[in-house]
Design a protein around this ligand. Structure first.
Ligand code: GAR
Length: 223
């Protein structure tokens, strides 16, 4: 299987994914990194390790549909089987999503369905919640809505700052996203309606349990 990562910014999740592929945690070829922003540092991270990159800017297209049509041509050329959104800040059209139905994954820095949108971390912090978290889900045609693959929650300390919360969320994301992608690649995610079941690997049933073990991802509260 070959996959593409879509990223618009820093690409710290992309970096974690690259390392997971290099270590063999994700047994799939990361064949393309795509961005809608030519300034995205994610593109540099990919180029540094010799991964092919592609950037299409929205301003060069008359409509979201024509943009996505072109993008699909590139993806087909590159023989991309599935797509991982990692801080990709542009909405995909329903037409595009249909082409990769149940083959697009996304990470969101909040416990969906709370705090959807572009500022999940800031919104979580401002709201004053006592529990925050991270969600990995399949993408459907509504924003931050598709079936949930994994979620990790943690307690928010009264000493938390926006910066400390952001750091904790990113730390979880970098462990969590490669794990979810690996489950997908291994064919261990069964979708029925909104419910995603994680199938146990027959050779080692304990692995499936580990994949959803919350303790593994617990990050300490700031002191
Ligand atoms: C991540 O925190 C990711 O969850 C978030 O963007 C950040 C990208 O960071 N995605 C969304 O908010 C999607 N709605 P990165 O570029 O360093 O990986």
């Amino acid at each position: 299987m070959r996959f593409a990562v879509f990223a618009s910014g820093q690409g710290s999740n992309l970096q974690a994914i690259i390392e997971a592929v290099q270590k063999g945690v994700i047994k799939s070829e990361l064949a393309l990194v795509f961005s809608d922003n030519h300034k995205a540092f994610a593109l540099k991270r990919a180029q540094a390790v010799g991964i092919k990159t592609l950037c299409l800017e929205r301003k060069d297209y008359v409509s979201p549909q024509s943009y996505d049509r072109d993008l699909l041509i590139y993806l087909k050329e590159a023989q991309i089987d599935f797509i991982v959104l990692a801080g990709f800040m542009r909405l995909l059209t329903p037409f595009f999503i249909k082409e990769y139905y149940q083959r697009i994954l996304n990470i969101h820095p909040a416990l969906l369905p709370a705090f959807k949108g572009m500022q999940g971390i800031k919104d979580t912090f401002t709201y004053g919640v006592k529990v925050a978290g991270v969600t990995v889900h399949f993408v459907d045609d509504k924003i931050d809505h598709g079936p949930i693959i994994l979620q990790q929650a943690f307690k928010v300390s009264h000493k938390e700052t926006l910066e400390s919360l952001e750091a904790r969320i990113h730390k979880i994301e970098h462990k969590f996203y490669p794990k979810a992608i690996a489950l997908f690649v291994e064919g261990r995610l069964k979708i029925r309606g909104r419910k995603v079941t994680i199938l146990e690997r027959s050779a080692s049933p304990s692995v499936a349990k580990d994949a959803v073990d919350q303790k593994e991802f617990d990050s300490p509260e700031p002191s």
